[in-house]
Design a protein around this ligand. Sequence first.
Ligand code: HEM
Length: 485
Amino acid sequence: MAKRVLTTESGAPVADNQNSATAGVGGPILLQDQHLLEKLARFNRERIPERVVHARGSGAYGYFEVTDDVTGFTSADFLSSVGKRTETFLRFSTVADSLGGADAVRDPRGFALKFYTDEGNYDLVGNNTPVFFIKDPIKFPDFIHSQKRDPFTGKQEPDNVWDFWAHAPEATHQVTWLMGDRGIPASYRHMNGYGSHTYQWTNAEGEAFFVKYHFKTNQGVRSLSADQAAELVGKDANSHQTDLLQAIERGVNPSWTLYVQVMPAAEAADYRFNPFDLTKVWPHSDYPLRRVGRLVLDRNPDNVFAEVEQAAFSPNNFVPGIGPSPDKMLQGRLFAYADAHRYRLGVNHTHLPVNAPRTAVVDNYGRDGLHATRNGSRHDKNYEPNSYAGPAQTDAALAAPLAVHGWTGTHEAPAHAKDDDFFQAGELFRLMSEDEKGRLVANIAGGLSQVTRDDVIEKNLAHFHAADADYGKRVEEAVRALRED
Ligand code: HEM
């Protein structure tokens, strides 16, 4: 094999990569040392803004294979026949901490999946939790500020975390989930993924359905106790990354089975609670899980920065047959992600290999901008309509329309018979074994007892009481005991 020559960015050979050029032996450095200047300047520009949330992550490629017929519910081409395979890229993440944090912490985990379909990329940007803390996107920046590092102390503060939850009764369900056994997954392989939101599917006849996605891990759900996690963080802060990377390198390819819950669109208006409320699950007794297919991860990225850090997932990347529901949180997210990508990666982030469609062809009139690598072919016009057979619209609706009524305004969600913020938190608590309840209560009390303001503690206790009398009583006793210590 020919010997590889070290070059500058312009391709010229480098004579010396150990000694910078100086004026005489021991003299000052010369401005004409192009290699030195380029090397230092380039190094200064290596970091890009980290994701404002979900900064720490791990990714892997794989495929999705359809195992069951769902054509009665969606016309999406990648789900159109049993056995059909679609390439995928999945990025897992923690949420609150910055890039320098640790993996084995109590936090939701991101589960962001890109399907490289023949009809364009479909991004399903979910979490390992079926619900979320809030139900209106206008609260999201405040919520995240309260969970991230305090601007004065520079660290996460129980005062802020619990103060936000004191003012957000709708968070009680997700707080119960997070403080329970599943709050610290043993690894990314040992947790489920959820679309969390309600999405809309439309079949070839134009009939609409509302769906929720569930990816069940085939490795089994495994979690860590708070003590096990603390020990692991001390040994390997990157424990989830190590686990995923090594499993795939060994050929132990993790997989998940995708199920959906399907609600005919006409049932949404009269369902007993708002089916677009992200703080609630749909009971399986109302809408059972239907199997759709299998997701397998079988290839590690070659380069973490290029493929994982630069990956861009956006909930508004849909394909025909799949669309948004009126869930307000989802609607807010339809804006937030592509905007973040334009800031973090630039307007042409879709040209990057990890984000570019694989089998679908991109053909439009978007042009120029920083780092444009796909800018139309020779003689292509950059306006539409044109007389030169350029790409034209299809006139085919991508999804069924959503019915709307009423006046504009800052409304709360439409009222349903049973919309209260607590009953599902209570149901989750009552499902737990005695041991699980004990650990849940200890985890909550461990955090809540560190809060300095009594009124914040009382407001949070009131939420647990409202969820279930026994739940409230136990948390209250545990908090009081720790505060008297
Ligand atoms: C990442 C906003 C709620 C899952 C992000 C990012 C932003 C954001 C700006 C960084 C994107 C980037 O730089 O690439 C929001 C807003 C929300 C919201 C405004 C509520 C209104 C949610 C919910 C889920 C979720 C409910 C899950 C169901 C994720 C995931 C990532 C992420 C998995 C990381 C994606 C990746 O791996 O690149 N979010 N988010 N977010 N969000 Fe959200």
